[in-house]
Design a binder for this molecule. Structure first.
Ligand SMILES: *Cc1c(COP(=O)(O)O)cnc(C)c1O
Length: 372
């Protein structure tokens, strides 16, 4: 007996997206922090979850007030920008934040714009929320061309523009002058509503913000003067908590109010809130670790360049390197040696995450063997 299930026609036949999760010795494919939480962090998370467990018959604090205070304190220490806790919003990963933004600002008749090469998930959030997806191109050196941005804005009148900075998979952050120029260009470039041009919501995805190089500012600095700016962050990368699923944003009050209309009830579990609060108590030691990872990254870029490869400058915890006639063959040969990286980005390039010094050594040794 067969029957036809009414799955949405635009989803029919698609494969679910996801990087391979392979059990190999050296995993440098999804930009995780290579260091497991320290024993003191583990102990605090355990205590905090145990304390929350007896209250699990009740729904959690749906506005996660304490967590918003802790995130505001963290952002201040990390970037020097003080944001009021009410201007912070969190969800299960910055992926959920992005989906909530599109649920509130995208949808049928609305457009999301981005510039390739960039994070491939943006396309899926657009599809899932029935938002039209338009992708412009970056220049050949992967920087953003403001004239191209202006043209796409004029043509599409997008409701949302998303820019990863530092960008994934290329690694570099947008210069602050460009960010400022984009905030000006987008004040009236959005959909026409009752005859009036609205703004385009600009989402700067700072998933890798903590890894930016010395002197590279955060887009958080622009929030005060830009009511149409959203800066997203995550605990998945620098914070070493990918398994926790905690992403967040800071934005104007009106934007957070709109997102609160579409969020699922009690979307952030009491256990997530307790564990995130515990982890945030160790922000100082975590930030020291980020410093070490940055050094490791700069060392990896140097190594690649002195060994005849191209490697892009990186403000993130990964490096895009190449170029290879057959990048899949290089990927497979590394995998055969127990090193998993990522085939992503423009043809000929590969992306490797920054690991421990030992993992970097295993990667560079294997790469040298393969390409010698
Ligand atoms: C890894 C990554 C994220 C993080 O997503 P989470 O849902 O917070 O784990 C967001 N944006 C970009 C560009 C990323 O590479």
């Amino acid at each position: 007996m067969s029957l036809l299930l009414p799955v949405r026609e635009d989803l029919a036949g698609l494969e679910p997206y996801g990087a391979p999760q392979l059990d190999v010795p050296v995993r440098l494919n999804v930009n995780e922090n290579p260091y497991a939480p320290s024993p003191e962090v583990i102990a605090d998370i355990t205590r905090s979850v145990a304390k929350a467990a007896p209250t699990l018959n009740r729904y959690p604090d749906r506005d996660f007030t304490e967590l918003r205070y802790a995130l505001a304190d963290y952002l201040e220490v990390e970037s020097g920008v003080r944001r009021a806790p009410e201007l912070i919003w969190a969800a299960n990963g910055s992926n959920e934040i992005m989906t909530q933004i599109l649920q509130a600002f995208g949808g049928p008749g609305r457009t999301l714009v981005s510039f390739a090469p960039t994070y491939s998930m943006y396309h899926e959030y657009a599809r899932d929320t029935n938002t039209t997806w338009v992708q412009g191109r970056r220049l050949d050196d992967f920087s953003l061309d403001l004239d191209a941005v202006a043209r796409v804005l004029a043509r599409e009148r997008p409701a949302v523009l998303v820019l990863a900075s530092p960008n994934n998979p290329t690694g570099t952050a947008l210069p602050q002058e460009q960010q400022r120029a984009i905030m000006e260009m987008t004040r009236e470039s959005g959909p026409i509503i009752n005859g009036c041009p609205s703004a385009t919501l600009v989402v700067i995805d700072e998933a890798y913000g903590e890894f930016r190089r010395e002197g590279v500012p955060s887009a958080l600095e622009l929030l005060e003067d830009a009511p149409h700016l959203v800066v997203t962050r995550t605990m998945s990368k620098a914070f070493g908590m990918a398994g926790l699923r905690l992403g967040y944003m800071s934005a104007a009050r009106e934007i957070i109010d709109a997102v609160m209309l579409v969020r699922l009830p009690y979307h952030l579990s009491a256990l997530t809130q307790a564990a995130a609060l515990a982890a945030l108590r160790y922000k100082d030691s975590l930030m020291a670790q980020v410093g070490a990872l940055r050094k490791e990254r700069d060392g990896l870029v140097d190594w690649l360049r002195t060994h005849g490869f191209h490697a892009l400058d990186s403000d993130a915890n990964f490096v895009l390197f190449g170029t290879f006639e057959d990048r899949t063959a290089i990927f497979e040969a590394l995998l055969a040696r127990g090193v998993l990286i990522r085939v992503v980005g423009p043809e000929g390039w590969l992306r490797v995450s920054v690991g421990t010094p030992e993992e970097t050594r295993l990667f560079t040794t294997a790469l040298e063997e393969i390409t010698r």
